[in-house]
Design a protein around this ligand. Structure first.
Ligand SMILES: NC(=O)c1ccc[n+]([C@@H]2O[C@H](COP(=O)([O-])OP(=O)(O)OC[C@H]3O[C@@H](n4cnc5c(N)ncnc54)[C@H](OP(=O)(O)O)[C@@H]3O)[C@@H](O)[C@H]2O)c1
Length: 258
């Protein structure tokens, strides 16, 4: 049986590092990508003890040259059977106060890199009728008015993008999952921020990733680790789908007619 090889972005810390640990325990070979090579090497050394092969690639996915290197690898390496688009940043202030250059970097990483890396691997997965694509979005994708401006919008992009890919690639046998973590205890938050959030709203990162993987194993297209009743998500999706027949019609709605 051929071994899985999973490429994980943002594997040097937080959610990505736990995915790396869990996929190593599942026997998958790993390619770990992030900027901090030393942290990746340290994680790789401990994961190799489980008997899997772990390669480290230092890359800043908000930089065009580095992104192109990872794209080429995903496009050309037939051994790669899974991609986890996890690398992402938040950290913006109020929209009117955030440095436009920071917002550009956020969009480059949270949106552009996710799109380009998915595009690099998708044709191979589709042709094979196999493969796993996991995109880490956020519950803020569902509440654009509840956080900052650009981060939730970037995560709403990833959710919409992933749902569209589920239609195109899912039909060809590729597993595509959107994961929407709530507040998860990682370095994306400062210690002060976490201290000011009610503990009942903060999930430990291992709990989050294990729930997301349980959702993957159940074949869920969208996994919200904290949501107690998945019927609430189904109702939301059904309400959205119910709009569809009336979203594009020849006539303007009566309320807009003079
Ligand atoms: N924690 C939460 O509450 C939460 C909630 C919802 C969604 N999420 C999402 O979960 C994902 C992982 O976040 P996390 O909480 O695990 O944060 P984290 O602990 O800060 O980890 C982020 C990872 O992304 C990597 N990264 C950052 N900038 C990068 C760049 N330019 N190029 C390549 N890699 C880069 C970091 O490594 P280097 O610094 O070494 O590059 C690190 O490995 C993100 O997409 C985030 O939006 C998190």
């Amino acid at each position: 049986m051929t071994k899985d090889t999973i490429l994980i972005t943002g594997a040097s810390d937080g959610i990505g590092a736990v995915y790396a640990d869990r996929f190593a325990k599942r026997g998958a070979n790993l390619i770990l990508v992030a900027r901090r090579a030393e942290r990746l090497e340290a994680l790789a050394a401990s994961l190799r003890e489980t008997g899997v092969a772990v390669e480290v690639i230092a890359a800043d996915l908000s930089k065009a040259d580095d992104l192109a290197r990872i794209e080429a690898r995903l496009r050309d390496d037939d051994a790669i059977t899974g991609l986890i688009n996890n690398a992402g940043i938040a950290g913006e202030q109020a929209f009117t106060q955030t440095d436009p250059a920071y917002l550009t970097g956020l969009i480059d990483l949270n949106i552009l890199a996710v799109t380009r890396l998915s595009r690099a691997v998708a044709p191979r997965f589709a042709a094979k009728g196999a493969g796993t694509l996991i995109n880490i979005t956020s519950v803020t994708a569902l509440m654009p008015d509840g956080f900052t401006a650009v981060y939730p919008a970037s995560k709403a992009y990833v959710l919409a993008f992933t749902e569209a890919l589920q239609v195109e690639l899912g039909a060809k046998g590729v597993k595509v999952q959107a994961v929407l973590p709530g507040i998860t205890r990682t370095a994306i938050w400062t210690a002060e921020q976490i201290a000011n959030i009610p503990a009942a709203m903060v999930m430990d990162v291992e709990v989050m990733v294990d729930a997301a993987l349980a959702g993957l194993d159940m074949g869920e297209p969208i996994t919200i680790p904290a949501l107690p009743d998945n019927a609430d998500l189904d109702a939301y999706l059904a309400a959205r789908a119910a709009l569809r027949p009336n979203l594009s019609l020849k006539d303007a709605a009566a309320r807009y007619r003079a």
